[in-house]
Design a binder for this molecule. Structure first.
Ligand code: SAM
Length: 283
């Protein structure tokens, strides 16, 4: 079976995209995003988590290969303690850079950049039907799926990044924090697949390629309500704690082991089982 990256021209372009637009995903994930655009029948696409536009550009380049008109609304915070773009500059600096990348790959006419969150997108544009959704923000995928689910076309492709069951201690803008983005996404996906909201087709590395599932959910349904036990700290931009590291220790408990290793206990909240996450060694 030939893949899109076997085509020299496309592969070369897709190699340049993440280098130029500071992409954070592996090449074969960008290749599959490109492929999803190419296999689409155009229409309206929504992406949440622009960063510097690598995923947006891959999707747009693929979609340009098919004949129907399409438009991508890409939503990015470009700011905040946990944003990968904060150190680059202000929101305006980031938007200027993303625009320059869209121009570089000649997809500027097909993309609208929306600084902010899904709330800003829905307040500023009349988004009626969505033909492809791509989520790669902070792991709170229910926040976007709740207001958008009713707008997704039947069988709509939904691409979600960082879906593996991973917790790490990370640094964001110089400060350490317990990064539960992947774990949170993993747990949410498990529930959403069980409820028929998502149907998984394939995954490449940590990126899942889903379709809208058969669930019938009315527009007022908030997926968060059913999964209130999930912690929303650490990486969540909605309620960023002043010190995410300290907030976790406070909420979840700390235990000192004989060898001096400190663990954060994330038992009840995360998975119904106790997890020990090594955070610091103290002597
Ligand atoms: C992992 S990066 C996205 C990488 C991108 N998909 C690529 O291919 O390079 C996640 C981005 O989501 C943004 N973000 C975080 N929370 C967000 C939210 N609630 N709404 C919109 N964007 C958000 C951050 O600013 C960050 O730049």
């Amino acid at each position: 079976m030939t893949s899109i990256t076997d085509h020299d021209e496309v592969r070369k372009t897709l190699e340049v995209v993440p280098l130029s637009a500071h992409g954070m995903l592996p090449l074969n994930v960008y290749a599959e995003i490109y492929e999803q655009g190419r296999k689409s029948q155009g229409g309206l696409f929504v992406e949440v988590g622009t960063a510097h536009g690598a995923g947006t550009i891959a999707l747009a380049l693929g979609a340009k290969e098919q004949k129907s008109p399409f438009h991508i609304f890409t939503v990015g915070m470009f700011s905040g303690q946990y944003s990968s773009r904060t150190q680059f500059g202000s929101v305006a600096d980031n938007v200027v850079f993303v625009r320059s990348q869209l121009e570089k790959f000649d997809v500027q006419d097909q993309v609208t950049i929306v600084p902010g969150t899904i709330v800003d997108l829905l307040a500023s544009h009349n988004i009626k039907g969505i033909d492809l959704l791509m989520l790669d923000a902070d792991g709170c995928i229910d926040r976007e799926l709740s207001p958008l689910f009713g707008k997704l076309s039947p069988n709509c492709p939904i691409i979600i990044d960082d879906i593996d069951d991973l917790i790490v201690v990370s640094k964001a803008n110089g400060r350490p924090f317990l990064d539960q983005k992947h774990r949170l996404t993993y747990l949410l996906i498990k529930i959403l697949v069980e409820r028929g909201v998502l149907r998984e087709e394939r995954r490449i590395h940590n990126t899942g390629f889903f379709r809208k599932g058969p669930a019938t959910v009315d527009s007022t349904t908030n997926f968060v309500r059913g999964i209130a036990c999930l912690p929303r700290t650490g990486f969540c931009q909605n309620r960023p704690p002043a010190d995410p590291h300290a907030a976790h220790v406070q909420r979840l408990g700390r235990r000192q082991h004989a060898d001096g290793t400190t663990f954060v206990l994330a038992s009840e909240a995360l998975a119904g089982r106790e997890m020990k996450i090594r955070i610091r060694r103290r002597r």
